[in-house]
Design a protein around this ligand. Structure first.
Ligand code: TXE
Length: 501
């Protein structure tokens, strides 16, 4: 057993909130936090009630209204963001191990991608604000019209459990870069790395109250935060239903929110694709991050000419995926985050079979493990995109494969979804690739590549997959208010109401 896992299992960590520059003392009945690989309790989480959420929000409010950060120069903000970046980079190994223990995401992904990306988020926004410019219009004769961006205020940042540090740090880095104060709420299932981030932030000398942390369940802590009258926005990543609840709370205060919600993305594979690359990417698109990924290409649509060969190869490779301890370097699929999430796999197999889908492989709790939420990577062949299997987000290592004949047909299948987060197209025909990408009703389309993120580009969803865009300019829009200032260049006549004629 790893030393860190043994230590956490032996002596679970105490995790509490952070307000006004200090960690909040533990009290009351803590919530247990589990290691999904073993079922052991690895932390006790102090849940922030409405009063504590109020303290955190008001601390951020005071920091924003009266503190120095919103007036800090670009260079001062850049220096701070780079300090956080450097401090995170020093802790990559420990943070990756902690993330893997708490989430079950394989270490090769947390160490290779998520934690370095968390550090990079701060560097990216430090660089971005160094190049940001305002708008100036000169078309109205005799006037200069400037449109400037100002910090928005107090940002509530509510994070998910599938990529806790990577996604929450993106929100935090962006909100801070644009001059805001923040209250962060990680998922109650995976609070450990964000709590460590706050220990790091505490040493970085941010102004008091600039960053605050609350912990707890969605209906208690999350609801108190998103309904608080003194927040100015919510940036949320999580399920579509929760996003709708948060938006209703925001609507009452006429506030905005950035919502990164669910997906059920189509991966379209035409006959003329580079077969081996398309196969590798299709597997990665479904099973990376334990299949718990908003932009998973969970609906694999294969053109008839290669369908038998592709389905056969996909099934064999799925069955060969190495399921195991996520801390082992060669593990490809770890445990699901919770027992409830792992039960969904078998539940959806039953739903699929009742709808006429055929199980190709997997579908059960993994027989190789006595403890933990391990499931078999699963694939089903479906005939009809209207099936629940194709319409509902399962959020686990679960692929549906479906055969199509024509380009028009596949575009229709891909778009027949309440979601519109992402899509994938595999073809060697350049015109067709662009034609199909243009017709897909999704926020991102990847052509002949698995998922790759360029933080400069917009990331977000059409339809019920979300509102707003993350990325450089997207975050600038999300975390700032626009202000227009007009000034005449010469004394211009003004209509003199009430003056003697
Ligand atoms: O997420 P929730 P759940 C999808 C995925 C999954 C489903 C449900 O399909 O099966 O959502 O997962 C906080 N007010 N995704 O229920 O509840 C909660 O505490 C304020 C997609 O675990 O959306 C946590 O911090 N906050 C996804 C955060 O919301 C509330 C990532 C996310 O949890 C709240 C995760 C409330 N009323 C799940 N209720 C993605 N887009 O990547 C909950 N929360």
């Amino acid at each position: 057993m790893s030393t860190l896992r043994a230590a956490l299992t032996d002596t679970p960590r105490m995790v509490s909130g952070f307000t006004g520059g200090e960690f909040v003392p533990m009290r009351g009945d803590p919530l247990p936090v589990f290691d999904p690989s073993t079922g052991a309790v690895i932390a006790h989480l102090h849940e922030s009630d409405a009063a504590e959420v109020d303290n955190a929000v008001m601390s951020a409010r005071r920091a924003f209204d009266n503190g120095p950060w919103r007036h800090a120069t670009v260079e001062q903000r850049q220096r701070m963001l780079m300090r956080i970046h450097d401090a995170l980079l020093e802790q990559v190994d420990e943070l990756a191990e902690l993330e893997t223990i708490n989430t079950g995401i394989p270490i090769r992904q947390t160490r290779g991608m998520h934690v370095p990306r968390a550090a990079y988020n701060f560097k990216f926004f430090a660089e971005y604000i160094g190049q940001a410019a305002s708008e100036l219009y000169t078309q109205e004769p005799g006037f200069l019209t400037m449109v400037m961006r100002e910090p928005l205020g107090v940002c509530a940042l509510i994070g998910p459990w599938n990529v806790p540090l990577g996604l929450t740090s993106m929100k935090l880095a962006a909100a801070l870069a644009f001059g805001n104060a923040c209250v962060v709420k990680p998922s109650e299932l995976t609070p450990l790395t964000v709590a460590r981030l706050f220990e790091i932030l505490q040493k970085c000398d941010l102004p008091e109250g600039q960053v605050n942390l609350v912990n707890g369940r969605g209906q208690i802590t999350g609801a108190a935060l998103s309904e608080h009258p003194q927040i100015d926005m919510v940036s949320f990543t999580g399920g579509t239903e929760t996003g709708a609840t948060i938006l209703s709370a925001l609507a009452r205060g006429i506030k905005g929110g950035a919502m990164e919600l669910g997906g059920k993305s189509a991966n379209i594979i035409f006959d003329d694709c580079a077969f081996d690359r398309a196969l590798d990417a299709a597997l990665l698109g479904v099973y990376a991050n334990n299949g718990q990924m908003c932009l998973a290409g969970a609906r694999v649509l294969v053109q008839r000419g290669i369908a038998d060969r592709f389905v056969d190869a996909f099934t064999r490779r799925t069955a060969a995926i190495r399921v195991g301890d996520p801390l082992a370097p060669d593990t490809e699929l770890g445990p699901m985050i919770s027992a409830a999430q792992s039960k969904r796999i078998a539940d959806y197999v039953a739903i699929g079979e009742a709808e006429g889908a055929r199980l190709l492989t997997g579908g059960k709790r993994h027989p190789g493990f006595n403890a933990g939420n391990f499931v078999e990577p699963t694939a089903m062949l479906v005939a009809d995109n209207a099936a629940r299997l194709c319409q509902e987000e399962i959020f686990g290592p679960f692929a549906t494969l479906q055969v199509f004949d024509t380009e028009d047909e596949v575009v229709q299948i891909a778009n027949n979804s309440r979601f519109g987060l992402a899509g994938y197209v595999w073809t060697e025909n350049l015109s067709r690739a662009h034609r199909v990408a243009g017709r897909m009703r999704t926020g991102t389309v990847w052509i002949n590549t698995p998922m790759v993120r360029d933080l400069r580009s917009a990331f977000g969803g059409y339809k019920e997959s979300g509102l707003g865009r993350e990325g450089g300019r997207g975050c600038e829009a999300m975390y700032t208010e626009q202000k227009t200032v007009m000034v005449p260049l010469e004394e211009r006549p003004i209509v003199a109401l009430g003056a003697p004629s």
